[in-house]
Ligand binder design. Sequence first.
Ligand code: GDP
Ligand code: MG
Length: 683
Amino acid sequence: APDAVAPTPKSAVNGHLTNGDSYARTERLQIVDDEKKFTPDLSAQIERWGLRDAGFDYNIVAVFGSQSTGKSTLLNRLFGTTFDVMDESKRQQTTKGIWMCRGKEMNVMVMDVEGTDGRERGEDQDFERKSALFSLASSEILIVNLWEHQVGLYQGANMGLLKTVFEVNLGLFGKKAQDGTQGRTLLLFVIRDHIGVTPLSNLQATLTADLTRIWESLAKPPELKDRQLSDYFDLAFTALPHKILSADKFESEVQNLRTRFVDKSSDDYLFKPAYHKRIPADGVAFYMEGIWEQVQTNKDLDLPTQQELLAQFRCDEISTVALAEFNEQAKSQKRPVESGRVVEGLGALMRNWRTDALTRYDRDASRYHKGVYGRKRADLIASLDSALSPLFLGQLKNLHKACLVTFKREMLDGLRGESYSFADVVYKAQGRCVKTFSEGAQEALVEGTDWVWEEELEALREEVRAVADQCRKDETKKMLNLIEKNFKKHISEPVELALNKANADMWDNVLRTFRETLEKAEATYTAKAISFNCTEEENVSSLAALRKRAWLALRAKIDEQTADPVILGKLRAHFEERFRYDDQGVPRVWKPEDDIDSAFKKAKDETLELVPLYSKIAPVDPSLEYTLPSEPHDALSTDDFDFTASLVVFTETKALELTGKFRKDADAYYVEAKRSTVASIAQ
Ligand code: GDP
Ligand code: MG
């Protein structure tokens, strides 16, 4: 459990102290307790220390040494930490474990490793070994704290401890040492209660000789047998005066030593970049916990694997955070798009969200194992793009719909009134439609995706074509109706006139009128059809329809002019003209000596000759004979239309019936004529 509880400093960035969180800044935390359990609180604590976002801009230092050699005291003085110091009055044994604290006003994590002197206390050396492994895997500097009088005691506890450190280091960094980076560690010997009789250089020489002997006595694996201590470690030595007897000197020497941890510009700056274990600050907690777990279960501690595991864990975490923020942003446009709206500037929004997410990811994750970072980045991109893809597709769909609606409206507007060119209206509306869609689709694209919009455009073009086609068909139909109406108007009078003159060339006149009017109608169609972009096939079919409808109109006119009362009227008039008027057109007054019978018969026979004339449309001039082109695809003819049959005006039965009716009428005239002579005799 955390040793102290303080509010989490939210404002802490990269180690700058802000008011109110200085307490949290120097909180200490027991990261490994006396039961060798690793704390679950380190990650939160690093955040409270304000180091979470430090990246690689931080350092780790650990202290080793016998019990009660003033380790905690030294750390507190050097780094402003708050480790427990043994109470002088009680002289009580402190517990085992590893404590950590942030250095005051410096980006340093300080580890106070307690109980590394099991050897001296006759305990097993298990914890010593484990904490050595743990410290070497993470720390840049290992402070070895010892009394001056311990120097040269080659058999002493410190030497046993160092042997352990060396052994463990070989296992960790043995094969890695050549590149000179990751595996390098500084061993800083701090000799306490230095009286000054023996100069530091002598003490240093003794210690160095002891270290070399320990190194040589190590049982190294064959492939590492020629490795030197200096392949892995830098050595530094310093001495401090007696804390109580030379209190002032002690203080000033501690301050001198402190500057060597702080002042990067100084020549003897201790935190050399080569010692850094390259664990990003936001991954330190996970990394240390993993290391401790490996150490604890006595598994081989393989640092590259640990670093990869760390990278996987952290890159996932960073990616998840970036993705969550991204999803929150993307959600804002989900509903509008789903509701069918074309969102203005959606592409720019999507590109921003995506760039933001990747920037966030890169900022934190790029510090981790390159391979893992890259793989997880690709995963993140896939997630981002698959979240954006529905928005893109939705936008395309909505754009498609909106463009089609606009196209239809523009077509309707354009085809209003009289003076428009159909082809022009279609061409312009189509152009605008394609342009609007293409620009909108282009805007919605996100670089780096394999999104395409050309297919959607093709589908839109297809629909636009279909709409234009339908419009053209409607327009053509409207035009044909208009032409038909005009045609009817134009043939009405001339046909009526021609049918009233029952000459031998009566049908020639009718058909001539028909042909002339039809030619004009066809010319009208052809002139208009040019602007419609009609296909040749459509023109053929429209003209065929026009011809047939013209013919049917003519036939209707003929039917109207040959309906029973009309035709009987015509016959009667014809007869009367011949029977009741003389050759000069003067009305006849029948006298008894007049040959009524002959006159009657003549007039009747001449009139009856008209029946066959009217019965069939048959011009004298064969060039006037009309035939309908056979057009099987003619949309206007659904029934079977028999053109030859349409030439027959009266069937034989009908002709007989008309003849019969006419005879009765004629007979009435005859009787009337006879009566008039009788009457004149009677006068
Ligand atoms: P640790 O067990 O190594 O962490 O040692 P502590 O820092 O708890 O100190 C143990 C005792 O040694 C305390 O009573 C300190 O006051 C005392 N002490 C600390 N520094 C020095 C020193 O430089 N010289 C002497 N003689 N005593 C010290
Ligand atoms: Mg201590």
